[in-house]
Every structure is written in structure tokens, then in C-alpha cells.
Ligand binder design. Structure first.
Ligand code: HEM
Length: 423
């Protein structure tokens, strides 16, 4: 279990500690969770002065995060959803790509995507996802020794699932994994020299080109029935997407679906390796897997921040936000809010209710929640079936990203089970 010791008690007149929330290197602020826990009750919304990025309002408490999520008229997503992509005017994809479009136009795009998710697609994919996960974990068991679970499991499952959903050619999946793993690398802080952001932008451009080509070639195939093809075929529909919209939203689904889920899977496996009691309790009681999955998303919360811009002057937790100010929510902090979650730093596999906002809330809340959960459930279920324990090994490295919290490398050792729960 993880626990943070309470920090010094602040009051509203105390200055904000000199932290850089936008720093892509989590190692530079190892006590960030503790600092945020101290700040939450007294400075739930504060001006984060310019550091490695221009300044922004940081929203770190649950109640105010919900207000921002649920009010897209005041807190617009059109200027970009991350600190790295945020710009003074609308994103060029705004009005066409779901994540950078506000209601009412957002509703048309969400209907097209949502309808394709809703008609049992995920339920139909689940057995294949389950079989795939089992194969990967059996290979981990058979290989033995130390295994980097990012390479062996967490990077593969989301691309496989997205490939099934989007109708991507299996031969392309490794390349897609290699590109999506780069898109949320952050611009390095000035004193770092290197600029990972350039690499990220190149990966994004290559994926955009890929989906344009895929759509062109799928139009001529009658055997292709993935989401890309179904989105493209919706031409007679009143919500029909243009070709440009199909390409951008397929890209949004592929990137949104794989990067977040990969990070969530690494956080889940990390939690299991650090908490042998949680592992043992789930092995003894696998019916707790669904609540443990929710807790893994709350506790390990892969999406560190989401950006919005105020469309008018507004007050939030007593702060006077001006029209045009960037407003950035930090759901990792909101999901540890002690006003909402009892013992928020404890991983409670049976936590219920668990109103976490790891999949966000409001109009932009994640449409891929069911698919993300299905993957986490499969990995957790087969891990506690095939193994009796796992432990961290040397060489773990967190992603260099201020947007995603997850591991780039996560070596672990597993103890194989003599008996199985499910087979
Ligand atoms: C554990 C896995 C996942 C997590 C933690 C997650 C998290 C999130 C969050 C926090 C947002 C809100 C963005 C915002 O408010 O600006 C979001 C949006 C989105 N997610 Fe997910 N996601 C996951 C899996 C998936 C999957 C599997 C897919 C699709 C295959 C997907 C596709 C999307 C899309 C398209 C959006 C934009 C929705 C909109 O703006 O209306 N996500 N996700």
C-alpha cells in the first residue's frame, strides 16, 4: 500500500510551493502527491505561474474539476486538450475532431462514434481480447526470469484491441504501437536540452498519414468491417462524417485508446507488484476483479491533466478567472481528494462506491471506457490465475510526459501458479 504522510498545514495566505506541474520528468518531483494533498483543501484552484510553460490555472480538487468537466460552454476544449497542444486560438482540427470540439457540434461527432461503440461491439470483442491476453501472459510464464511488462503485455494489448475495433491490418500493429508510444512524450524542460515533443509531433504526423491511406484503401474493400470502415460507410447517415472527420476521429480513437490504456495497464501491474496483499486477496477472491479495475484507474490515474480555456470571466473556488485564461484540471489529484474518497492513498480492491474520474466526466468523458475496462479486467484476471505473486525488478522508468502517468519500462518477476482458477 502507498501512503503519504500529511505535510505542513497551509492556510489561504501561504504561498504556493514552487512546483512545476508541467514538468515531464516525474522523478524531479517525487513528493508531488504529498504536496498536492497539502494544497487541495486550501488552494483547490491556484495560478500556476510560468515555469517550463506559460502560466495557467491549476484545478486540483474533485468538486472544481467536475465543474470544469461539466461546463464546456465556460471551459472550452477547442484550443487543445493538453498543455503541449494548447494554443491561443482554436486547434485546426476543432469542429472535426471530437476531443477539440465543444457542444453543440461535439454531439454530432460523439453520436457517430458512440453509436458504433454502443451496438455490442465491445462485448463481441471481449472473448478475443481475453484469448490474446492469456497467450501473452502464458508466454511471460514460460519465458520465466525478469520480464519488462510494458514490452511483453501493456503495449501490445491496447493496440490489439484498437486494431480489432478500428479494423486495422494485423501486420501494421507493431508499427502503430511504436508510433503511439511516442505521441504524448512532452517537450523537455529547457535545462534538459532534448526536445521529445519534436519526436511526438513526428509520430502524430505519421499516424495521420497512415489513417488517411487506410481510409482510401478501405473504401475499395468489401471485407473490411472495423470502425474506420463503418465510420466511412456512414455516408447516407444524417450524422455522416466527412472524409477528413473520419480520419481525424480514427486517429483520436487510436491514440486516445492505446496510450491511456497502456499507461493504465502498467500502473495496474505496478500496483500488484508493490502490494502482495492485494495480489493475494484477488487470487483468493477473483470476483473482486471489476472493483479492483476501477480502483486501479483511480489510484494509478493515467491521465495527469486536461486543458481547457475560459470563454468568459468566471469565479472558481474564489479565484477570478479571466476570459482566455488556460484552466487545467489535474484528475490524479481529484481522485485522491479526501473529501470524496476515504483513505485515498490506499489501494482498496473492493472500494465501493468509487466515483473516480479517471475516465473524466461531462460531454468529453471517455467513449472507450468499456473497452479500456475489458482490457484491464482480462490482464488482472489472467495474472492472478497464472501467477501467485509478482515483484518489481531493477530498471523501472516512468514515461517522460506531463500528460500521461505510466511506465516506459517496468521489469518484473513472476511466480508461476501450480493451479489455475479459471482453466
Ligand atoms: C484505461 C483506459 C482509458 C482511460 C483512463 C481514458 C481516459 C480518458 C479521459 C480522461 C478522457 C477525457 C478527455 C477530455 O476530457 O478532454 C478520454 C477521452 C477520450 N477517450 Fe479515453 N481513456 C481510456 C481508454 C480509451 C479507449 C479504449 C478508447 C477508444 C478505443 C478511448 C477513446 C477516447 C476518445 C475518442 C476520447 C475523446 C472523447 C471526447 O472528447 O468526446 N479511450 N479518455
Amino acid at each position: 500500500m502507498s501512503s503519504t504522510s500529511p505535510g505542513p498545514v497551509l492556510d489561504r495566505t501561504d504561498p504556493i510551493p514552487d512546483i512545476d506541474l508541467a514538468d515531464p520528468d516525474p522523478a524531479r518531483t517525487p513528493d508531488l502527491e504529498r504536496i498536492l494533498a497539502t494544497l487541495r483543501p486550501v488552494h483547490p484552484v491556484f495560478w500556476h505561474g510560468p515555469k517550463s510553460r506559460p502560466g495557467f490555472w491549476a484545478v486540483i480538487r474533485y468538486a472544481e474539476t467536475m465543474r470544469v468537466y461539466r461546463d464546456p460552454t465556460t471551459f472550452s476544449a477547442t484550443n487543445g486538450m493538453t498543455l503541449d497542444s494548447l494554443r491561443p486560438g482554436p486547434d485546426p482540427a476543432s469542429g472535426m475532431m471530437v476531443e477539440v470540439t465543444d457542444p453543440p457540434e461535439h454531439r454530432r461527432l460523439r453520436r457517430s462514434i458512440g453509436a458504433l461503440f454502443a451496438d455490442g461491439v465491445v462485448t463481441d470483442l471481449e472473448p478475443e481480447i481475453d484469448r490474446y491476453v492469456r497467450r501473452l501472459l502464458v508466454a511471460v510464464r514460460d519465458r520465466g526470469g525478469t520480464v519488462d511488462v510494458v514490452e511483453a503485455v501493456a503495449s501490445r494489448v491496447p493496440t490489439h484491441a484498437a486494431g480489432l475495433l478500428l479494423g486495422l491490418p494485423p501486420a501494421d500493429l507493431d508499427w502503430i504501437t511504436s508510433r503511439t508510444s511516442r505521441v504524448f512524450l512532452s517537450r523537455a524542460a529547457a535545462d534538459d536540452g532534448g526536445d521529445l515533443r519534436q519526436e511526438a509531433e513526428q509520430a502524430n504526423g505519421e499516424l495521420l498519414g497512415y489513417f488517411s491511406r487506410l481510409l482510401r484503401t478501405s473504401r475499395h474493400r468489401s471485407d473490411a468491417d472495423g470502425l474506420v470502415q463503418r465510420l466511412a460507410a456512414g455516408t447516407a447517415d444524417r450524422d455522416a462524417l466527412t472524409t477528413g472527420e473520419v480520419v481525424l476521429n480514427a486517429l483520436n480513437l487510436a491514440i486516445g485508446g492505446t496510450t491511456t490504456t497502456r499507461a493504465a495497464l502498467t500502473n495496474l501491474l505496478d500496483a500488484l507488484s508493490r502490494m502482495p496483499d492485494v495480489f493475494a486477496s484477488l487470487r483468493a477472491n477473483p470476483s473482486a476483479v471489476p472493483t479492483a479495475v476501477e480502483e486501479a484507474v483511480r489510484w494509478g490515474n493515467p491521465v495527469r491533466h486536461l486543458a481547457r480555456v475560459a470563454t468568459c470571466d468566471v469565479e472558481l473556488a474564489g479565484q477570478a478567472i479571466k476570459e482566455g485564461d488556460p484552466v487545467v484540471v489535474w484528475p490524479r489529484s481529484a481522485n485522491r481528494d479526501e473529501a470524496v474518497f476515504a483513505q485515498p492513498d490506499t489501494f482498496d480492491a473492493g472500494r465501493h462506491p468509487n466515483p473516480h474520474i479517471g475516465f473524466a466526466a461531462g460531454p468529453h468523458s471517455c467513449p472507450g471506457t468499456a473497452l479500456g475496462r475489458a482490457q484491464l479486467r482480462a490482464v488482472l484476471r489472467h495474472t492472478v490465475d497464472l501467477f501467485t505473486a509478482c515483484e518489481p525488478a531493477e530498471g523501472a522508468r516512468l514515461m517522460q510526459s506531463n500528460f500521461l502517468h505510466g511506465y516506459e519500462r517496468l521489469p518484473m518477476r513472476f511466480t508461476a501458479a501450480g493451479d489455475h482458477l479459471f482453466t
